[in-house]
Design a protein around this ligand. Structure first.
Ligand SMILES: Cc1cc2nc3c(=O)[nH]c(=O)nc-3n(C[C@H](O)[C@H](O)[C@H](O)COP(=O)(O)O)c2cc1C
Ligand SMILES: Nc1ncnc2c1ncn2[C@@H]1O[C@H](COP(=O)(O)OP(=O)(O)OP(=O)(O)O)[C@@H](O)[C@H]1O
Length: 416
């Protein structure tokens, strides 16, 4: 998959890549947070249509959730800095691109979502996907050559969320420049999720089961296996390993402690089963293109290259995962710690790692004694092995992923 990164200028304008004018594009657009099964249905339809029309398949991905941008502005009065983390984001742009690439999409165009960009009307935006007028040129120049647009039934985009299935259909019929195809595959239906408090009373809202809101709700309730069911892959958190308090070895369960700048939404405090993936020393890995794109000149396009959006996995282990404040040991910051079940005594300091959440094994408790805690953790480790035994199957590729050690060349520290 080729990836282009677009940085809007102060007026919100972007320069679209000029793609080969002899080939038309089937396009979809959205945030794709989590790339859940609903998103997958839309993306797969784009790939299918592109194949049948000899077109290219294009996904326009908004980076920064619009919800994050607008709530930040409402709270702080200004736009967040480009590097400001979004604590409610399920997956980083690199994680999303990895899954989008798996669906078979040819080109992803990542647009850094700014307030000025959000003010472009849906009709002007869609027009730009066909051709664009540029400075010093009278004739509009060919951009993506969009001939087909694929949207989910309740898609909304453009200024004041004016672009929806009805308004886009009208536009399509009036100008006959592109066709609209609507994917109405919402999955297993709807659920109610908490939506804050009004007049002192908790209120709920109805959302699709296949939605990022439902995934966030599952994670907040420790239901990581439910999140996996909606996503079609385990929910993941990425980070680098730092030193903890070196207590784990004494307990018999040394853990890889994630640095506080981890990426991905952390599930509620609790103990989970899953997988720990090692990508090797962080300083040996190239910075992802998405990081460089954050400091790009406004109004620029970072040329697309065929990039690997994820470093290669060095090893993968079944994991017992602890999220919380370790109350047994008094006041403590909230931490994410992972014990690699098959290989205790690993040296992962400074490594780039990922943890994938499979299921729940217990609560974070204040144990009476260290022996009690060790006993509890031992049981949770056994449960993790049982729960992760079957691995998991990627809903996009159909690949079966087994949670056992791949080929780890790093040092294994044995107890002396
Ligand atoms: C599977 C697992 C379950 C855990 N459960 C608890 C718990 O219920 N209560 C608690 O205080 N700490 C719990 N911990 C965290 C340990 O207290 C922590 O790993 C240990 O203190 C080592 O910390 P350190 O890495 O900072 O040295 C758990 C750790 C693991 C790996
Ligand atoms: N369950 C679903 N069924 C069909 N289409 C979906 C489903 N979920 C999302 N889509 C479509 O995927 C595209 C990208 O969606 P986007 O990520 O921008 O936001 P969304 O629709 O609000 O998704 P979510 O609520 O899960 O965040 C849109 O066209 C949207 O309508």
């Amino acid at each position: 998959m080729k990836v282009y990164y677009l940085t809007p200028d102060e007026q919100g304008n972007v320069i679209w890549p000029r793609l080969d004018p002899k080939v038309s594009s089937v396009v979809t657009l959205g945030t794709f947070d989590g790339v859940h099964k609903g998103h997958q249905a839309v993306l797969k339809r784009v790939v299918e249509l592109a194949k049948s029309y000899n077109s290219r398949s294009v996904a326009i991905v908004f980076d920064r959730r619009p919800g994050f941008l607008f709530s930040w502005i409402a709270q702080h009065g200004v736009e967040p800095a480009a590097s400001e983390p979004d604590s409610q984001q399920l997956s980083t742009v690199d994680q999303r691109l990895k899954y989008i690439a798996e669906t078979g999409i040819d080109i992803a165009i990542v647009v850094h979502f700014t307030q000025a960009f959000s003010q472009i009307s849906y009709s002007a935006f869609l027009g730009q996907l066909i051709s664009q007028r540029v400075e010093n040129s009278r004739q509009p120049v060919h951009t993506l050559g969009m001939t087909r647009l694929v949207l989910g039934q309740d898609a909304n985009f453009g200024r004041d969320r004016g672009g929806n299935v009805k308004s886009v259909q009208r536009l399509s019929e009036a100008f006959r420049m592109f066709d609209l195809e609507v994917v109405d595959y919402k999955g297993p239906g709807f659920i109610h999720v908490p939506a804050g408090v009004v007049d002192g009373k908790p209120v709920e809202k109805k959302v699709r089961v296949w939605s990022s809101t439902a995934v966030r709700n599952s994670l907040e309730q420790m239901k990581v296996s439910q999140a996996m069911e909606i996503l079609g892959h385990p929910h993941a958190v990425d980070g680098t390993v730092v030193h903890g308090e070196a207590r784990g070895r004494t307990l018999g369960f040394p853990t890889a402690n994630f640095a506080p700048d981890y990426e991905g939404l952390l599930p509620a405090d609790g103990v989970y089963s899953g997988w720990l993936i090692d990508y090797g020393p962080a300083d040996s890995l190239p910075a992802p293109a998405s990081v460089a794109a954050l400091s790009a000149t406004p109004g620029s396009v970072t040329k697309g290259e065929i990039i690997s959006t994820q470093p290669a996995e060095v090893a993968r282990w079944t994991a017992a995962i602890s999220v919380g404040t370790n109350p047994t040991f008094g006041p403590h910051a909230r931490v994410l710690e992972v014990f690699a079940v098959e290989n205790d005594w690993l040296d992962l300091y400074g490594h780039r790692v990922r943890v994938e959440f499979a299921d729940t094994t217990g609560q974070m408790v204040k144990a009476e004694t260290l022996d009690n805690l060790t006993e509890l953790i031992s049981q949770e480790v056994r449960d993790s092995q049982k729960q992760c035994d079957g691995g998991w199957t990627d809903s996009i590729t159909g690949d079966h992923i087994q949670g056992t050690v791949v080929d780890w060349a790093g040092p294994v520290i044995r107890e002396s």
